[in-house]
Ligand binder design. Structure first.
Ligand SMILES: NC(=O)c1ccc[n+]([C@@H]2O[C@H](COP(=O)([O-])OP(=O)(O)OC[C@H]3O[C@@H](n4cnc5c(N)ncnc54)[C@H](OP(=O)(O)O)[C@@H]3O)[C@@H](O)[C@H]2O)c1
Length: 329
């Protein structure tokens, strides 16, 4: 049975896996930690382009005999031209125990990775670890829904406005919140605004953080028309089902694009940056997304995190996956 120490190590492996994001795409960013007697022996995360995998990095050059490996995703069971199956590497490692945070829905691995490790006499425990699942959100969205994980970001005033009535929107939030947004961009595969925002602001949408300038994601515009140079057009929110190599999509508004994604039930996470200002009579952050009764708005979101960023507050909400979209496909 997994115990609380196991869950702490799995949480640490999930944090480690963030280093793989987004460079591992289209492979999942996985984290692995090898521990003996409470001491870290080795660790690894998925490398750029998806190989080597986290387990191969963690096992490389290490005497793992008798130790425990904590890994966020079930070790793969398929051989690739770019490397061996991790389940075989783990089976030959001499590890005493493997604790897995999330099963792999890839039919080439699902259950087979665990079976192969067990058949080598290694104890395997699969835990349904929320930290592991959260760290694999993009991969799981692609595997189970055939689309990237979608985060909608809104920078708003206390009265829910994203711009003045005349369109002026720079800046609502302060430097700390904007830096946080840039860090979120750097973890995304693609970033999107609506055609209205492109015409109003012509935003760069790049990452302006020291050391991460090279990590600016691809730019998409939601539009019925064509995209200018340097942008790709997305003709509808539903067209994200064609983005099969992207694990994480970051939607930065405006109100029309936000409403279109919400109406289609294609927002998994909300990032609300709230500045302590009142705009009054400004442009609302979210357009009409198809509510026909107030009751329909309830229970769609639950808060998972909240923090202060300078003068501003960041709130993070996750969508309730059990409720259908207001306007399903
Ligand atoms: N504070 C913030 O966080 C923030 C963030 C972003 C923007 N803003 C502000 O928001 C304002 C712009 O917001 P907005 O609501 O006018 O524009 P918007 O949401 O950026 O864009 C609306 C446009 O998106 C496209 N669109 C919407 N639904 C679609 C669908 N289902 N299929 C295909 N295309 C669709 C259409 O583009 P086409 O007309 O090209 O077909 C539509 O005109 C600006 O003032 C900007 O500064 C603020």
């Amino acid at each position: 049975m997994a115990n609380s120490a196991d869950l702490r190590w799995l949480a640490a492996a999930a944090r480690l896996s963030a280093r793989a994001r987004p460079l591992s795409r289209p492979n999942p960013g996985v984290g692995a930690i090898i521990v003996r007697d409470g001491v870290v022996v080795s660790r690894g995360w998925t490398q750029g382009g998806g190989r080597p995998h986290a387990e191969a990095v963690a096992l490389n050059g290490v005497d793992a005999r008798g130790a425990t490996m904590y890994v966020t995703l079930e070790p793969c069971a398929h051989v690739s031209a770019r490397g061996p199956a991790c389940a075989d590497l783990v089976a030959a490692s001499g590890l005493a125990r493997v604790v897995i945070g999330c099963g792999d829905p890839d039919p080439r691995t699902a259950g087979e990775g665990i079976a192969r490790i067990r058949s080598a006499g290694i104890a395997v425990e699969q835990v349904d670890c929320p930290f592991s699942r959260a760290s694999l959100a993009g991969y799981l969205a692609q595997r189970t829904k055939g689309r990237p994980h979608v985060t909608l970001k809104l920078a708003m005033s206390l009265d829910g406005c994203i711009a003045r009535a005349n369109g002026e929107s720079q800046w609502i939030t302060g430097a700390e919140a904007r830096a946080h947004t840039h860090a979120m961009r750097a973890q995304s595969d693609a970033i999107l605004v609506g055609g209205g925002t492109l015409r109003a602001d012509n935003p760069r949408l790049d990452v302006r953080l020291p050391g991460l300038e090279g990590q600016s994601p691809r730019r998409l515009v939601l539009t019925h028309g064509a995209a200018p140079d340097g942008w790709d057009a997305l003709p509808s929110p539903e067209a994200i089902h064609g983005l099969r190599d992207d694990l994480y999509l970051f939607v930065e508004g405006g109100a029309g694009a936000a409403a279109a994604f919400l109406r289609a039930g294609l927002v998994d996470r909300l990032l609300l940056y709230r500045a302590p200002i009142l705009i009054g009579g400004g442009r609302q952050g979210v357009g009409d997304y198809g509510l026909s009764a107030l009751a329909q708005a309830h229970d769609r979101w639950h808060k998972t995190d909240q923090r202060q960023l300078g003068k501003d507050t960041l709130e993070i909400y996750e969508a309730n996956p059990c409720l259908p979209a207001l306007s399903p496909l």
